[in-house]
Design a protein around this ligand. Structure first.
Ligand SMILES: Cc1cc2nc3c(=O)[nH]c(=O)nc-3n(C[C@H](O)[C@H](O)[C@H](O)COP(=O)(O)O)c2cc1C
Length: 185
């Protein structure tokens, strides 16, 4: 049986993003069950309703890739106790026009990392709220990852056994959610 397709969105446009590293490590934990496609958001122009009717190609490409996915996995930094503007911008493009909201009915999992002690907890609360309003089914549970320089090794593996076990369970839960909800879309 073919695997369900998951669009991965990293909420950072920073070249050495720790969230991109985390996203790669976490997707690697369930690659046997889910097929992941990283969907870039850096090239999107700032949302402007004046562009509706003649959307830029980068926007059409982005929304078509999300629409084609069975589910969404968002791994994001926290910026000033919310989500980064680059991520909010991508979500806004995907939410319009109202009848073509690409987030509606999508199973989603969210996580994120920052060097701070509460590892993006506040930003993730905002993200959960936004996606829920847009009609995504956001997986329950919480994964707030406080980033340490040795969390992920050069091969992309999560070094700490307990953290790896926790994140494995999180991603196994996501695979379960996707397999339950995606066929019903
Ligand atoms: C504008 C800005 C706001 C930030 N606000 C927060 C914050 O609210 N909480 C936090 O834990 N870290 C905050 N940080 C630090 C980020 O966690 C840190 O830059 C991290 O590396 C971002 O993830 P990335 O490497 O994936 O881009 C902020 C950084 C920037 C540039």
């Amino acid at each position: 049986m073919s695997k369900f397709k998951v669009a991965v969105i990293v909420g950072s446009n920073r070249r050495d993003s720790i969230n991109r590293k985390l996203a790669r490590a976490m997707t690697g934990l369930v690659e046997s069950r889910l097929e992941f496609e990283f969907v870039g958001i850096d090239e999107l122009p700032m949302y402007n309703a004046d562009l509706e009717g003649n959307r830029p190609d980068s926007v059409n490409l982005f929304t078509s890739r999300i629409a084609a996915a069975d589910a969404v996995f968002v791994v994001t930094p926290e910026h000033n106790r919310s989500i980064p503007a680059v991520l909010k911008n991508a979500i806004d493009w995907g939410s319009k026009p109202a009848g073509q909201n690409v987030w509606k009915g999508k199973p989603a999992a969210i996580t994120g990392t920052s060097p701070g002690a509460i590892g993006t907890a506040v930003g993730q609360q905002h993200l959960r709220q936004i996606l829920a309003v847009l009609g995504s089914t956001v997986m329950g549970g919480e994964a707030y990852i406080s980033f340490k320089p040795d969390l992920i090794d050069a091969s992309g593996a999560i070094t700490n056994d307990s953290t790896r076990g926790f994140l494995q369970a999180y991603m196994d839960g996501f695979a379960e959610l996707v397999s339950k909800l995606a066929p019903a879309r």
